[in-house]
Design a protein around this ligand. Structure first.
Ligand SMILES: Cc1ncc(COP(=O)(O)O)c(C=O)c1O
Length: 422
């Protein structure tokens, strides 16, 4: 037996020597390592958008007995899920000829979409002009301007008013196109079908500084009604979720602002497998819960346009709405849940403590939704949701203890008791 043992030991030593040589010799490249590093090199900023990781939220999965998975959209270069939308809106507009390189993309938004548009516009040789209400946090304008966008702060008025920030943004695109046309540029007036504001448009001198001397026209991004938003998720986020789960999921849940995310993802997943249940989680003051569960959006008094501003009774940002957008209308939903601000605040702190996830208010609400779905389906199901952005953009409200205390929202839970889970 001794010679056999000796031969075995020699073979083992020889193999280890070979393996050590391979591992230590820096010139040696594993073929699969080469291909991985090649596939990881993204070609520029735009190529780095999407393909976000799907993260298992361990704490919620263990507490509910379900697999709770979340798309880490805060890892996009512009910091949110809206990077996908910004790219899709600009690319479709360039492709159709509605926007030319050197043109200006305009948007009325105080949120992530404007930041994403400002982030990606230069990659397409375009400018970005953002109109926001003047009561939006000053950091928002500062970020947008630092990104190279021009920012117009205007008085907050109802969406039905011609000077609502969204209507002004639409008008600015038209003006930029008119200016380009006046100079014989190829720019087109593109307003996504909302022609009613254009009839009385005059290109006035008081805001001409917005447009570069060589401006090649304007395009109104119109995230609420532009179905490029829906398509960004139908062609991107939805297929990624399908692939990352191997199609092995039972439910998807998300809150809606424009409705683009929930519509694109729900439609894609249900076309792949009609048994996948898709749900809305709706914040306080939003009419969508009623629309999904009862078919009625709101009472007359609650209708958007009847309120001057702050129509939503919530501190969460980017979600909740009291009108039906074209994007939301594309959603295929099986039901809806309501979430409270207190639940969203508590959830954000729970995720921070247990998972190290520092997420924004809409992401926290989405996780409240995931737990509601887990409770309604029971253990053993796989549920996917979205982490839209991180907490960094929410320091002045959602992560500000004084603000929370002023609104009676100081978190106190130690576990998930706020979701009735012991
Ligand atoms: C931070 C954040 N989360 C969620 C949403 C909602 O996503 P969607 O507009 O696709 O419904 C938005 C929309 O603006 C947002 O800004």
């Amino acid at each position: 037996m001794a010679p056999v043992k000796a031969t075995g030991a020699a073979a083992a030593i020889f193999s280890m020597a070979i393996i050590s040589y391979i591992l230590c010799n820096s010139r040696f490249k594993f073929p699969w390592r080469t291909s991985i590093s090649k596939s990881r090199a993204r070609k520029g900023l735009v190529d780095a958008i999407g393909n976000t990781p799907l993260i298992r939220i361990n704490s919620l999965s263990e507490a509910t007995g379900c697999e709770i998975l979340a798309k880490a959209e805060f890892l996009n270069p512009g910091g949110s899920v809206k990077d996908r939308v910004a790219v899709k809106i600009i690319e479709e507009a360039l492709y159709s000829g509605s926007l030319a390189r050197g043109g200006v993309v305009t948007e009325g938004s105080a949120g992530s979409t404007a930041i994403s548009l400002a982030t990606v516009a230069p990659a397409y040789g375009c400018k970005c002009h953002v109109v926001i209400p003047d009561d939006a946090a000053i950091e928002k304008s500062q970020i947008l301007e630092a990104l190279g966008a021009t920012v117009e702060r205007v008085r907050p008025v109802s969406i039905t008013h011609r000077d609502h920030f969204v209507n002004i943004a639409r008008r600015r695109a038209y003006e930029a196109a008119e200016l380009a046309k006046g100079r014989g540029e190829a720019g087109r007036a593109e307003t996504n079908g909302f022609v009613h504001v254009n009839e009385d448009v005059q290109v006035k001198g008081d805001h001409l500084h917005i447009y570069a001397d060589d401006c090649k026209g304007g395009y109104f991004a119109d995230q609420f009604e532009n179905l490029a938003n829906f398509r960004a998720h139908y062609e991107g986020t939805g297929p990624e979720i399908w692939e990352q789960t191997g199609g092995d999921l039972h439910a998807f849940v998300a809150a809606a602002g424009t409705g683009g995310t929930i519509a694109g993802v729900s439609r894609f997943l249900q076309e792949k497998n009609p048994n996948i249940k898709c749900f809305l989680i709706d914040p306080p003051g939003s009419g969508l819960f009623n629309k999904v569960t009862r078919g009625v959006m709101y009472t007359r008094e609650e209708a958007e346009g009847r309120r001057l501003k702050n129509p939503f009774d919530t501190i969460t940002e980017g979600i909740g709405i009291n009108r039906l957008t074209k994007n939301f209308m594309m959603a295929k939903l099986d039901g809806a849940f309501r979430g409270t601000d207190m639940e969203a605040v508590e959830m954000s702190r729970f995720l921070l403590r247990n998972d190290g996830l520092f997420v924004g208010s809409s992401s926290a609400m989405n996780c409240v939704g995931a737990v509601r779905v887990a409770e309604s389906l029971g253990p053993g199901h796989t549920i996917v949701t979205i982490l839209c952005d991180n907490g960094m953009r929410h320091l002045s409200k959602f992560y500000n203890s004084q603000f929370l205390s002023d609104h009676g929202l100081t978190p106190s839970a130690t576990g998930l008791e706020f979701m009735n889970i012991a």
